[in-house]
Design a protein around this ligand. Sequence first.
Ligand code: GDP
Ligand code: CA
Length: 345
Amino acid sequence: MRQVVLIAGGVGGAKFARGLRSALAEERASLTVVVNTGDDMWLTGVRVCPDLDSMMYALAGVNDTARGWGRAGESERVGAELKAYGVGWPWFTLGDLDLGTHLARTTLLREGLTLSEATAQLCLRWEGLRSGPRLLPATDDEAETWVETAEGTMHFEEWWVRTRASAAARRFVQRGVEQAAPAAGVVEAITEADLVILAPSNPVVSLGTVLGFPGAAGHPGVPGIAGIRQAVQQTRAPVVGISSIIGGAAVHGMAAQCLAALGQSCTAENVGLSFGARSRGGVLDTWLVDTEDASALTALEAGGLTARAVPLWMHDDGASRRLAEQALLSAHAAAEPRGHRPSAS
Ligand code: GDP
Ligand code: CA
């Protein structure tokens, strides 16, 4: 049975994950999704894991597709009460259904389960997740992303949700990442995979916090979780990445501001070259850019990558599935001429 590992952030990663699950449905394939935990935080006494929740809700089919995040059919009575008491963040919405998830997770953590064990238990609630895909947090340790800005240092979610990324970011700091180990099962999944895919997720604060992303000269990058980066560099599986940058701009969100903080330009070409080819110490074999960015292919190939231009817009589940099929095809192309590659350390 083919084993596929997807490394992803929240909403963008989840859109792709739905397409990938659909593209893999006809073959007997197992899908493991390794999800960024840098956005996680303690808020009003509960552990909130935004990217894990976006992924779980989308794969369970209960996400709010109109708003783009959270649960469908959400209400905010508890959140309004918390605001009235003056606790939590007034600008951060915690829906009632969503709070149910956070309370359940926090209960399990308090009972002594690890985050990966708690995540597995939460997923059992959902019909669409009971027999896979398997969701794994990148780490069971707390390694939150904080942002150094002109207005002071704040949690990533405050920077994003309260300031809408308007406070110029100087640096992203993954607090405690040096001590953070890959969550149980992550290294094994990557090592035993037949294919590893990097979702079209934010390259710095979703993928970089897992795999590392370099800063340009004079700018600190993000280190990622060392054991996961190493596992991706050493797996025999081909590694295919998909750009979240199209035509020099992030499709949605604040990737441009994140890249700017690292002194990096917001292009599909630069992001692919910055992740880098595994043959040159990076984490990628193949990089998919949008047809609009086809002019980047030559430079990407010169950087040691196999590069292809395909439609990257995920307007709906059908488009996500077609993109996932392209990623699966690219993996065959990457694997065939070289066979199983030696570890690229
Ligand atoms: P977050 O954690 O919720 O911010 O989600 P991710 O990090 O997984 O995904 C955010 C990224 O998804 C953004 O950088 C967007 O550019 C990218 N994205 C969103 N929609 C699309 C799409 O249709 N196509 C591509 N290629 N990227 C997308
Ligand atoms: Ca996120």
